[in-house]
Design a protein around this ligand. Structure first.
Ligand SMILES: O=C(O)C(=O)Cc1ccccc1
Length: 307
């Protein structure tokens, strides 16, 4: 199995992929950008792609989300959550640092540090933290923000360790592939989907949310992105706990379908966060659904209910 990831070597994405048991034994190929990774999956050059999607403090990596929303569909088969710690690295003395290069999400997570320590330095956004290290090594930038081991690999002295504004920041990554049967249900799963609500209906978003809440399904993320059709046209990205094989999740999706909402299923996969999953509401387990279906089947056959 060949997995492409946001490279070059030394990115946080690479470190997160190497820590993933499901990826051990796979051939891993660094690619220059997130769209490069996902397009290579679409074209069949890669079996899977591994990209950052969200940071605990900086929020969503929009380029990843937009890639999943537009173009040929892709399916998420796994997620990984990985801690991120940043260093400032440079071969120049502190007083000579006029430019600092890194990935926009890394720069955003050290904003307060840079304002405090290097208030006059300009930031330079590049495609990854490892690309920032290359920029600092070649002199295209004076310094970079990257992982400690990346500074070492590029022969860059570390001027400051642990410079993140939020200790404990973590990034969530997704393993994606071309659509096929979703990952197996584990009992601790997340389902991601994009919902295109009806714009000619008042309360359309509330109806979508209600489809989840009445079935006791916990939403863990909701985010809107422009559809690209014009102002006021948004698509909603939802993450909920549960698997499409869970009766209540399948039932919620079927209800959305009946309501006329457009759906792009983005995958059901094992959840990797520390929060314990919430128990289903009474009457919402698969067993409850099965028992109610058997009761209805019998009622339709015999005309007899149980009271
Ligand atoms: O640039 C990297 O190293 C990446 O893998 C993207 C990223 C950037 C900042 C935090 C987490 C991931």
């Amino acid at each position: 199995m060949k997995i492409g990831y946001l490279g070059p070597r030394g990115t946080f994405t690479e470190a997160a992929l190497n820590a993933m048991p499901a990826a051990s034994g796979s051939e891993k190929e660094p690619m220059p950008s997130i769209p490069d990774v996902l397009d290579a999956v679409r074209s069949g050059n890669l079996d899977a792609g591994f990209v950052p999607v969200e940071n605990s403090h900086e929020g969503t990596v929009n380029v990843t989300i937009d890639q999943l929303l537009h173009g040929d569909p892709l399916l998420v088969s796994a997620e990984a959550v990985h801690p991120v710690t940043f260093v400032l690295a440079s071969s120049r003395p502190r007083g000579e640092i006029a430019t600092v290069a890194s990935h926009p999400h890394a720069l955003a997570q050290v904003r307060q540090y840079l304002r405090r320590e290097l208030p006059d330095a300009d930031t330079v956004e590049v495609l990854s933290t490892a690309a920032g290290a290359t920029a600092a090594e070649t002199g295209a930038a004076d310094a970079c923000v990257c992982a400690p081991h990346t500074a070492e690999d590029h022969g860059l002295p570390v001027l400051d360790y642990d410079i993140g504004d939020n200790p404990g920041a973590a990034t969530r990554f997704l393993l994606v592939r071309r659509p096929s049967a979703p990952a197996a249900r584990t009992g601790n799963d997340v389902t991601s989907l994009a919902v295109y609500i009806r714009h000619d209906q008042v309360g359309a978003l509330l109806n979508v949310l209600t489809a989840f809440s009445v079935r006791g399904i916990n939403l863990t993320k909701i985010e809107s992105r422009p559809t690209g059709e014009g102002l006021g046209r948004y698509v909603f990205l939802l993450d909920c706990t549960g698997h499409i094989e869970d009766a209540r999740v399948g039932d919620a999706l079927a209800a959305l379908r009946r309501s006329g909402a457009g759906l792009r299923f983005l995958g059901s996969y094992e959840r990797q966060w520390i929060d314990p999953p919430l128990s289903p509401l009474p009457g919402m387990t698969d067993e409850d659904y099965d028992a109610a279906q058997s009761w209805l089947d019998a009622l339709r056959r015999t005309g007899e209910s149980d009271r």
